[in-house]
Design a protein around this ligand. Structure first.
Ligand code: URA
Ligand code: SF4
Length: 226
């Protein structure tokens, strides 16, 4: 598959232009069975940007990221961590819903590395527009998209990391341009913080403990914004 790069208009100068172009992306085969592209949404001036895995069933139908139970939990955790949920931008590493049909049910399937790599140019383009101060990586898929295939949530969660650059495998994907922060020369360089995916909290045996862990991680990100 050719990847998303060729679908990104070189002259796109805002998120709306990117979102419109992403609607026509055919950078991998996931566009075909899905209902629509689910692009990121939120505050264009957001200092904190959250990256999930891929849209789920509800997101695919509505065309908006994190509108289901995981999104509800995420916004609650963001709020509890002291970050205003209205001031963030939320997106996904992969922008089409990948599923397997069982009867009439659409069962979530995790994206493969090929999908992560194919879709990554959209994420890079979003970062170039947003110039975030902290990127919060939610779970393994987003971690692999930004830190490479050896990323493990359990090893990396809860600590601020410098913007990954050497950590990326240049054979696998294009590097995030470090100079993509453009004219915001006064802003500190972007940092990255990994934590668990909100869906993992919903699935956890001890949900309260998992939720507290998520909030504790997000408080570290909040500290970087203050
Ligand atoms: N899970 C994700 O990773 N992203 C969404 O948009 C919804 C659920
Ligand atoms: Fe394009 Fe990403 Fe959708 Fe694949 S998943 S078609 S790369 S937007």
């Amino acid at each position: 598959a050719p990847g998303a790069q060729q679908f990104i208009p070189p002259d796109a100068d805002d998120l709306a232009a990117l979102k419109a172009a992403a609607g026509g992306c055919r950078g991998c085969e996931l566009y075909e069975p899905a209902t629509q592209t689910v692009f990121g949404r939120g505050d264009a001036g957001a200092r904190a940007v959250f990256v999930g895995e891929q849209p789920g069933d509800m997101e695919d139908r509505k065309g908006l990221p994190f509108v289901g139970p995981a999104g509800h939990l995420l916004r609650e955790a963001v709020d509890d961590a002291g970050i205003d949920p209205r001031s963030v931008y939320i997106t996904n590493a992969v922008k089409h819903f990948r599923f397997e049909l069982r009867g009439k049910r659409r069962i979530h399937q995790s994206p493969d590395r090929t999908h992560i790599v194919a879709c990554r140019p959209w994420l890079v383009a979003e970062f170039a527009q947003l110039k975030p101060e902290v990127v919060i990586v939610l779970g393994a898929t987003a971690g692999k998209a930004l830190l490479g295939p050896s990323f493990r949530v359990t090893q990396s969660r809860g600590t601020l990391m410098p913007w990954p650059d050497a950590a990326q495998n240049p054979d696998d994907f294009r590097r995030v341009p470090v100079d993509s922060r453009g004219d915001r020369a006064d802003a500190p360089p972007a940092q990255l913080l990994a934590t668990i995916h909100p869906s993992a909290v919903l699935r956890a045996d001890n949900r309260d403990e998992a939720y507290a862990g998520l909030v504790a991680d997000l408080k570290v990100a909040a500290g970087a914004l203050n």
